[in-house]
Design a protein around this ligand. Structure first.
Ligand code: SAM
Length: 515
């Protein structure tokens, strides 16, 4: 199916962009202390690399209407990502257009604000034309002209072609190097209903367009979240019973089932024979950015594995965070997953996979989600729990190189870190009796999270913490999933018979079975 393969191409291109971006950002951040360095436009650099490697998608003739591989609600962190996937091809301009016959018509617009405040009526968009210096400080405003984008939108009013609308929302937080902070959400197709010329905020004439969302398209999930004060199907306010800083609700709109009983724990539970000892720690007092000096950074091959905004740069066999005996403050950039859950998560009843996990927030690629917490067992103990193996996580079986592969082909300097792999460690985490929200994350053959091995409070590489990170941008309410990495026909019951479990992940790449 063409649409599905294009969707995969779009996801791959965006993932590559985000991975290259974070890698280049890591380099920039390590040099930030150098005096007089102007921050580079890393987004532009990353896009250039992808262009040279032929990774742009939907590159043919300008598309009118839906763009293959893009769905309503898809989120983008950088303007160039819109170019990358063919959703909007202008490099800056808010109105994109194409020549049709002897006229130009609008294909897509970027809308920042302009929606009616009443969320029920937000299918109507009032859009102001471009030019006339109305947005630029220090320039004399002048009348907007009916040319280029403005003319194209006016023509679309008569041609009645669908126009793609991308909302640009100001990001809540952004670091210095990401100052151009906006999130872009694809809002779907609109039609231009009216346009008029009237005096703008500066007394000069501006064009105003009224666009109406074409009915029958999915609602944007953040609207659903914002609209409802009391969530439909809410059955438990906080399954962590106050143990997590941010409460975790349970939502069931399918049936009357309540979440199953278990003891909520935020941290790993180690058996008596295993007393993990914290490593000596680094001596950095001012944070650990001084590369070459921090012993923790050295363990990560001389790089801080996180960007300054907390995003993980790339999947690695093992990440070493600073620990309890380090001299650096809690705000050190090399401490991320140890701080726990920072986003609003909830569990919800799915149609066919029991309970699952999703977030009420937009999640950007590389964001830390949560740990897989539970009781640490030796593999042979885990074997004995065969009848109750739903919540086992096999440590050392979570290296999913396919996820972020391709980075080393695109960036010659990006060394692939295949050393120090924690393989078949002999340990398993069981979250059946005690666990955290991580126990509810389902499997998908086309996942949006991955499991990263992390050490910080002890040095035993056989038993790293299992930490989930976002492998792509995830819109609110989309189910969070990782790849369970089971081998087909390798899971057996207590009598040694092969067990089979059908996969209901529903993705186009589904292989049909979990094991
Ligand atoms: N859904 C679980 C629940 O309600 O507690 C949470 C995940 S638990 C770690 C793993 C179990 O969830 C699996 O043994 C299976 O029963 C179910 N599951 C997870 N992913 C699935 C999938 N893609 N298709 C079908 N069942 C799935």
């Amino acid at each position: 199916n063409d649409e599905m393969t294009t969707r995969n191409k779009v996801r791959e291109t965006l993932r590559l962009f985000q991975a290259i971006f974070r890698k280049l950002l890591q380099e920039e951040e390590s040099k930030m202390k150098e005096k007089g360095r102007a921050p580079k436009r890393i987004d532009i650099l990353a896009a250039k690399i992808l262009k040279e490697k032929g990774k742009y998608v939907n590159t043919g003739k300008q598309i009118i209407g839906p763009v293959p591989g893009i769905e309503v609600g898809d989120e983008f962190q950088y303007f160039v990502e819109l170019n990358l996937v063919g959703l909007h091809r202008q490099s800056q301009g808010g109105i994109d257009y194409v020549k049709q016959g002897d006229k130009i018509i609008a294909t897509s617009i970027i809308a920042s604000g302009g929606y009616e405040n009443d969320l029920d009526n937000s299918d109507v968009l009032c859009y102001m034309g471009q030019g006339g210096n109305v947005m630029q400080k220090g320039k004399q405003p002048e009348d907007q002209k009916l040319e280029r984008g403005n003319l194209a939108l006016a023509n679309s009013r008569f041609v009645k072609n669908p126009v793609r609308v991308i909302r640009g929302e100001t990001k809540a937080s952004s670091t210095l190097l990401e100052a151009r902070g906006k999130t872009y959400v694809y809002d779907g197709l609109y039609s231009v209903e009216e346009f008029k010329q009237e005096p703008g905020p500066h007394g000069k004439l501006v064009y105003k367009y009224k666009l109406v969302r074409i009915p029958g398209q999915p609602e944007l999930t953040w609207k659903v979240v914002k609209k409802s004060k009391v969530r439909e199907g809410l059955c438990v306010h906080d399954i962590s019973l106050g143990k997590e800083v941010i409460p975790i609700s349970a939502i069931n709109t399918i049936d009357s089932e309540k979440p199953p009983p278990f003891e909520y724990v935020c941290h790993m539970i180690y058996p008596d024979w295993c007393r993990p000892i914290p490593p000596k720690g680094c001596g950095c007092t001012k944070g650990c950015s001084e590369l070459g000096k921090c012993s923790c950074v050295m363990k990560n091959e001389g790089e801080i594995p996180y960007n300054h905004n907390g995003a993980i740069v790339e999947a690695k066999p093992l990440v070493y965070e600073c620990g309890p005996n380090c001299n650096c403050p809690p705000s050190c950039y090399n401490r991320v997953s140890q701080h726990g859950i920072k986003i609003q998560l909830e569990i919800f009843k799915t149609e066919s996979r029991g309970w699952g996990v999703r977030s009420l927030n937009s999640i950007s690629s590389g964001t830390f989600i949560c740990e897989y917490a539970g009781e640490l067992l030796e593999d042979r103990e885990a074997e004995e729990r065969k009848g109750n193996d739903e919540y086992l996580f096999d440590i050392g079986n979570n290296i999913d190189s396919s996820l972020w592969d391709g980075l080393s082909n695109l960036l010659p300097d990006a060394h692939s870190s295949s050393c120090q792999v924690v393989h078949e460690s002999g340990f398993t985490i069981d979250a059946a009796r005690c666990g955290n929200i991580g126990r509810f994350i389902n499997h998908s053959c086309s996942p949006n999270l991955y499991a990263q091995n992390v050490l910080y409070d002890h040095e035993d590489t056989r038993i790293p913490h299992i930490m989930f990170f976002a492998a792509e941008n995830i819109p609110p309410l989309q189910e969070l999933t990782y790849h369970y990495n089971y081998m087909i026909d390798q899971v057996r019951d207590e009598n040694g018979n092969i067990k089979k479990k059908i996969c209901y992940c529903g993705s186009s790449e589904c292989t049909g079975r979990l094991y």
